[in-house]
Design a protein around this ligand. Sequence first.
Ligand code: ATP
Ligand code: MG
Length: 161
Amino acid sequence: EWIDLGEVLENSLRKTALKARQKGLLINRHMEGDLPLVYADGLRMEQIFINLIDNAVRYTEAGSIQIQLKRIEPNQLMVTVADTGMGISESELPHIFERFYRVEKSRSREYGGSGLGLAIVKNLVELQGGTITVSSQEGLGTCFEMRFPTESDNQTGEGSA
Ligand code: ATP
Ligand code: MG
């Protein structure tokens, strides 16, 4: 189905807002004008957003989380989820999408989690024709960037003749 990722983001934020508020973290969203629709499954997309936001909140002690939806020519929608948290070291960064991989053993006890979230996210992103990359600096923060194919400019997607 053709879906509006802005709507999916709103639903995801409703489900993650409480935890963020409890930690005193602000979540800001940036959406530019008319966003193109994406051909994807709404529930899977929500699962992707919720996992990334859950991580951003869990691994950030102070600051904010920035989520941006932006059209990228031609026919792509870029989604970034950036935080001002603890970051991930350069040596561990290549492994974070692996099943059960968690950064530093000490964190396991302190933050809970199974190490499956990002493996699932990567699978779901790719199932929907998207890509995901990550950049991070230890002590400064982390940014996940996804790209999804969208309707083309001369096509309106849902409901069009
Ligand atoms: P869960 O299965 O509950 O999501 P998890 O959060 O440990 O457990 P992943 O979401 O797969 O597992 O993340 C893997 C590891 O990558 C985490 O243990 C954490 O160390 C690191 N990580 C993920 N997201 C971030 C982030 N935004 N900032 C810092 N570290 C992160
Ligand atoms: Mg996680």
